[in-house]
Design a protein around this ligand. Structure first.
Ligand code: PBG
Length: 322
């Protein structure tokens, strides 16, 4: 008789499966993104992201309290200013919406790491991530604005800053600006590998940050490229990043795996608004098992090699994992 290999022995019951499971989800490794709006007078539901809100500062503090109680350790904040202009002055204003939100969180009793997204696109009236000359996004001229934004977030009390602009050289410039201002302990999570993705659609709705003309393909990466991801990540490691982020997540897990093997810094993935919206829409139709699909998606990211996941489902998942 031919000998049969029997992998099923390790799947016979839940106890064995629990014992040999290779990858586990933990609320320790989830970051909850939150939107905070300067114009909202009460939390405004975001139609393309059911369950997510544009928060007031007050409702943000309440939501963060709920996250912390569920076991979440960190949040990332996105601001929606009341006024936008060509240079995005709301981004580094001392009384800007994110700066006010960070101060409110730090003055509250909530114990959370507060990470801030650093970019200009939510603050510019043209919706681009830097300063423009005609239709060109100026690289070096924009770096100073990004660095000023990062420093003002640190001044307000941010624990870490996360530049998401994808302009060249920004990690080095931001690191230097933070150090010079005395914030050498403030960490830098670099969105090192951010693709020009259609999965950001609902976010741009939420943050009213869609570009007024053109797109982001002159600075965000081409979805076709994998080798280039490694180069982007290596550059940001050399420039002083403390952690590297890949975005979006689900459609880019090959890139995550590649970086896991080559980069020894903590690796994050951002499961973006479009990933969230797809799950929510299909679940609302009754076409998928929402909880199972959310957990399976996040588990896949961890299996691919991600250490930390940014996901709009974070707080809810932390509740499930309790
Ligand atoms: C830029 C930024 C974007 C997202 C996070 N930071 C949008 C963009 O690049 O257009 C998208 C996140 C998501 O889709 O959930 N500040």
């Amino acid at each position: 008789m031919t000998m049969i290999e029997r992998p099923r022995r390790l799947r016979r019951n839940a106890l064995i499966r629990d014992l040999v499971r290779e990858t586990k989800l933990s609320s320790d490794d989830l970051i909850q993104p939150y939107f905070v709006s300067e114009t909202a007078t009460e939390p405004e539901p975001i139609s393309s992201m059911p369950g997510q809100m544009r928060h007031t500062i007050e409702s943000l503090v309440a939501a963060c309290t709920t996250s912390a109680q569920a076991g979440i350790k960190a949040v990332i904040l996105f601001g929606i200013p009341d006024e936008k202009d060509a240079e995005g002055h709301g981004a580094d204003a001392d009384d800007g919406i994110v700066q006010k939100a960070i101060r409110a969180l730090k003055a509250s009793s909530v114990e959370l790491l507060v990470i801030s997204d650093v970019c200009l696109c939510e603050y510019t009236d043209h919706g681009h991530c830097g300063l423009l000359e005609g239709e060109e996004i100026l690289n070096d001229e924009s770096l100073e604005r990004l660095a000023a934004t990062a420093v003002s977030h640190a001044e307000a009390g941010a624990d870490m800053v996360a530049p998401s602009d994808m302009l060249d050289g920004r990690i080095a410039v931001i690191r230097e600006a933070l150090d010079e201002a005395g914030y050498e302990q403030i960490g830098l999570i670099s969105y090192a590998v951010k693709y020009a993705s259609a999965f950001y659609g609902p976010f741009r709705d939420a943050a009213q940050s869609a570009p007024a003309f053109g797109d982001r393909r002159s600075h965000q990466m081409d979805p076709a490229n994998r080798r280039e991801a490694l180069r982007e990540a290596q550059l940001d490691v050399e420039e002083g990043a403390d952690a590297i982020l890949v975005k979006p997540a689900l459609a880019y897990l090959d890139v995550v795996r590649e970086l896991r093997e080559e980069i020894d810094l903590p690796l994050l993935a951002y499961s973006v608004s479009g990933e969230y919206a797809m799950i929510e829409a299909a679940a609302a139709k009754g076409w998928i098992d929402r909880q199972a699909v959310v957990l399976e998606s996040l588990l896949s990211m961890k299996r691919a090699g991600v250490d930390v996941i940014m996901t709009y489902h974070a707080t809810e998942v932390a509740g499930w994992l309790r």
